[in-house]
Design a protein around this ligand. Structure first.
Ligand code: AMP
Ligand code: MG
Length: 500
């Protein structure tokens, strides 16, 4: 343990020790959070705490702030920082790791699943390199908002259990208020964790990691003839499904390095991520993604590229004969494109209100996307208004989004013909479409507004309201029309930052 592991008060909240800490200790460091001077509670996610069976109601605000700042440790906690490597923008970084995050332990959810509880912004670790181990308030609020929004959209994701201010400043481009996020994941093991284990060149370490991941996340692989191959198949499948879901809400992760890809298939690491307003497949927000490697439309091939790095780490365990191992891995990876395409097309059908599979579905869906692209139409609003147009032949709400509405009219003739052939009652179709097409997403300008209010005026009410709006993304909420609107020209956000 390092110097920052004083004897300190333990919370009345109990966690299970991290199962990751049972792995060879070359994969983590035992290190406690560094206390902060003046923890202040921003928000606790009570619904999530209940799902995790954490008895937070027994704690007052001060005790909660102390717990979620790392000043008080949960009883049973064996805090660790995980070691990982990763390919960042295509280049291999042999030593990354939790440089500003500490895994406190696990909670057993009411669904029987175990969840990692991690503090992010909790002080330096062996993996901090030149960083201060801390997080600024803006990125913490951003991750809270976006990860919870993703969850409410039904997309696999890490979640936010709490956010606190630290009462300290962090030095970035200037001094910024510090904060800590408590993140919940089915596991924080990343593709980069496998890259770290493989690079250590000890087959026992890799074997232990594979067993851990199968035990924790993929028990269905256990009984397979080749459990490692089954693991690869399942990880490929979950990523294909995940990225397809991102594409259907206009989500751009922004920094899909292999250390930011969770093996569980949950979305992780909400740094420069952003939702697209006007539809353009080439959209990039991240200031550090200068070549557009992680542009919206590149996300599927990049996921496959990352999975290839994952598969490489498994080769020695897939088969003792290297050629056969490579063949097996390539076979599995080649499924990614087909599986992604299948999920994506099915999602597109649902967004368009189609319940049956037909030959021309892809062309119909792509036709609509092309219209949005060429006419710079807002992606989320267009699909949402399409719902309202499904039982209204004039299609006024969606039609008026197009500069050249006749192009839309031409497309909609085919769409309507296709809908009519299905014979689903119009009301039912509209409801199903609304469930697939959110009205509220964490638009960048809204996220920036609530962060500015929090930093500038210490006003967290706009943040709280946005969290609330985004918790019911498909349901129209009275008095909250502005949250559904695209940015005005002067509100548009073009660049997002990593938040390191
Ligand atoms: P990220 O951009 O959040 O994916 O982080 C990439 C790597 O940099 C990870 O190893 C992080 O732990 C590390 N890192 C990012 N910010 C900090 C910081 N403020 N202090 C220490 N390490 C950091
Ligand atoms: Mg990261």
């Amino acid at each position: 343990m390092n110097d920052s592991t004083p004897i300190r008060a333990q919370s009345r909240v109990t966690l299970l020790p991290s199962s990751f800490a049972l792995l060879p200790d070359s994969l983590y460091e035992r290190v406690a959070p560094t206390p902060v001077s003046q923890p202040g509670l921003i928000r606790v996610n009570e619904a999530l705490a209940a799902e995790l069976q954490l008895p937070l109601a027994a704690l007052d605000v001060e005790a909660l702030a102390s717990l979620f700042s790392g000043n008080t440790l949960p009883s049973g906690s064996v805090p660790i920082a995980m070691s990982y490597a990763g390919h960042q923008f295509g280049g291999f970084a042999p030593q990354l790791g939790d440089g500003r995050a500490i895994l406190l332990g696990e909670a057993q959810g009411s669904d029987g699943t175990r969840y990692d509880i991690q503090l992010k912004g909790s002080g330096r670790t062996r993996f901090s390199r030149r960083g201060d181990g801390r997080a600024a308030l803006g990125p913490v609020l951003r991750e809270y908002l976006v990860s919870e929004a993703m969850h409410s959209l039904g997309i696999p994701t890490t979640r936010a259990l709490a956010a606190v201010t630290t009462g300290e400043f962090v030095q970035r481009e200037g001094p910024l208020p510090g904060a800590i996020l408590t993140r919940v994941a089915t596991s924080h093991v990343r593709v980069g964790t496998f890259e770290m284990a493989a690079a250590q060149g000890d087959i026992k370490v890799m074997g232990a990691l594979v067993d851990h991941v199968i035990e924790r996340m993929y028990p269905e692989a256990r009984g397979a003839a080749n459990p490692v191959l089954a693991l690869l198949r399942l990880v490929v499948e979950r990523q294909a499904s995940l990225v397809a879901q991102w594409m259907h809400v206009g989500f751009i992760h922004g920094v899909m390095n292999t250390d930011n890809m969770a093996v569980s298939g949950q979305t992780i690491d909400f740094g420069p991520c952003a939702f697209m307003d006007a539809y353009d497949p080439a959209t990039v927000f991240s200031a550090i993604d200068q070549n557009g490697r992680y542009a919206f439309a590149n996300q599927p091939p990049i996921a496959q590229w990352n999975l290839a790095r994952f598969a490489e780490t498994l080769l020695p365990l897939l088969d003792p004969i290297p050629e056969r191992a490579v063949e097996m891995a390539e076979g599995m990876l080649s499924h990614f494109a087909t599986r992604f395409r299948g999920h994506w097309l099915q999602g597109l059908r649902t967004k368009l209100g189609l319940t049956q599979e037909q030959e021309g579905d892809l062309a119909l869906g792509e036709g609509f996307l092309t219209l949005l692209h060429h006419q710079h139409v807002d992606f989320t609003l267009a699909f949402r208004r399409l719902c309202d147009s499904a039982d209204e032949p004039a299609a006024k709400p969606v039609r008026e989004l197009f500069q050249d509405p006749q192009a839309f009219d031409a497309w909609s003739v085919d769409w309507r013909r296709r809908l009519e052939a299905e014979g689903v009652p119009a009301g039912e179709r509209v409801q199903a479409m609304r469930r697939a097409n959110p009205l509220y997403i964490p638009r960048n300008h809204l996220v920036e507004q609530v962060i500015a209010a929090a930093i500038g005026e210490g006003d967290f009410a706009p943040f709280a309201e946005l969290v609330e709006v985004l918790s019911r993304p498909h349901q129209e909420q009275p008095g909250r029309a502005r949250y559904a609107l695209p940015p005005q020209p002067d509100q548009q956000v073009f660049r997002t930052y990593c938040g390191t």
